[in-house]
Design a protein around this ligand. Sequence first.
Ligand code: MF3
Ligand code: CO
Ligand code: CO
Length: 262
Amino acid sequence: MILTKDEDIELIRQAGKLAGATLYAISKLVAPGVTTWEIDEHAEKLIRDAGAIPTFKGYRGFPNTVCISVNEEVVHGIPNKKKVLKEGDICSMDIGATIRRQLDGNKKFDFIGDTALTVPVGKITPRLEKLLHDTRQSLYDAIKACRPGATLDDLGGAIEDIAIANSYGLVRDYGGHGIGPDYHEDPFIFNYRTGSRVKLKPGMVIAVEPMFNLGGDRVKTKTDRWTVVTQDYKPSAHFEHSLLITEGEPEVLTLRPEEVIG
Ligand code: MF3
Ligand code: CO
Ligand code: CO
């Protein structure tokens, strides 16, 4: 989606800000003994209390507000009353917030913020700390490459370079995407070089979302038909921001309180 009108840009900013603030709030809830279900309930309340809609709930049949993926789970984990976080786990949370503008007749137009991060549960090993740090840094490097005229390969290349330098399994089956009124839209944004010469343009809204594994790059979907896990069951991290491409530096729509893109 390309946004040009100030009022539309204001609405996507609101959606992004709410998604970022909600993700920040639930990241503070993460602790040993907490269930992924409780985290999800809290996120849904925060989004609805703000007058917005949880983007994922019902999207292609996903049942909840947050995708919560623990340890070997890569993305799309389903919150569960029986899933209790424990010391030493890593917990990825991905959230979407929709601000709906009602147009004439029955028409509507949605503005969506999509963002994710992985946090430690209590104390984690130095190797896991580094996995989280490097995955986040690859997102930041990709964000810094998001200048108008840059190609999708500039973003994917920034991510791929960090994965290769540190021998992580780089997940290739999932990636970033354009964001539009129906959520996912073109272009698909690969987290590695593909030879793409598709260029970024001011007004584009995109989500960039690298996923790195401590083991191999292969993933599979569990029988619940949602949860994606690493084939070797080694842990995986995921960070995501929604961005508005501008004439200068990209605007990080889902920036969290206290977060600095470094
Ligand atoms: N949030 C994921 C993404 O970043 C997609 C989740 S789809 C859902 O693109 F249905 F699980 F919500
Ligand atoms: Co997401
Ligand atoms: Co996304």
